[in-house]
Design a protein around this ligand. Structure first.
Ligand SMILES: [Zn+2]
Ligand SMILES: [Zn+2]
Length: 181
């Protein structure tokens, strides 16, 4: 598979239990759909971090077409965003996977930090996000070096992609008016 931005052949990296495709050129990451589901199914010793009420305002989600194409099927992906957080996720509406720029991953982590600052969340979540932030701010290389990577992966899956009827509804509406068919 090739990077949807610069065409570089993506490199496969195992992170904990799941496998991602990473672009050595731009640092973007492709999460294949099956790997995302696998991340969901892996037992988590501390699922309590999912209990806090994050990104819960359904009306704050927006969906539009992305100029990027799915590395697997070549169709234009959809961009999912949330309010003014700056969070944008490119998603293949056929479920092949999710694309994140390196900068987008940092934006997501910063948005999470801003939201949880005012919340009573577990030390596990706070420490995990702090570790992620240090890696990005310190320029210590790719996300694959982050051992708690699964935390954010699962959060994306739970909050944005799976258990979110509003996003599903918006994606359906977008698909039915597709200029790409
Ligand atoms: Zn790239
Ligand atoms: Zn696809």
């Amino acid at each position: 598979m090739e990077c949807p931005i610069d065409g570089t052949v993506l490199e496969t990296h195992p992170i904990n239990e799941i496998i991602i495709e990473e672009c050595a050129q731009c640092g973007g990451i492709w999460f294949e759909g099956g790997e995302l589901r696998k991340a969901m199914e892996e037992s988590d010793p501390d699922l309590s971090w999912l209990d806090f009420d994050l990104w819960s305002d359904q009306e704050s989600f927006a969906v539009d077409w992305s100029s990027r194409k799915c590395p697997q099927c070549g169709r234009n992906m959809a961009t999912i965003s949330y309010a003014d957080t700056g969070v944008m996720v490119d998603y293949c509406a056929d479920g092949h996977g999710v694309w994140l720029d390196k900068g987008e991953f940092q934006t997501i982590i910063e948005a999470l930090e801003n939201e949880i600052e005012s919340m009573d969340v577990s030390d596990y979540v706070a420490a995990s996000l702090e570790e992620a932030r240090e890696i990005f701010v310190g320029g210590e290389g790719f996300v694959s070096e982050w051992k708690d990577f699964l935390t954010v992966t699962r959060l994306l899956q739970y909050r944005v992609l799976v258990e979110n009827p509003k996003v599903a509804e918006l994606l359906n509406a977008l698909q039915s008016s597709s200029p790409f068919k």
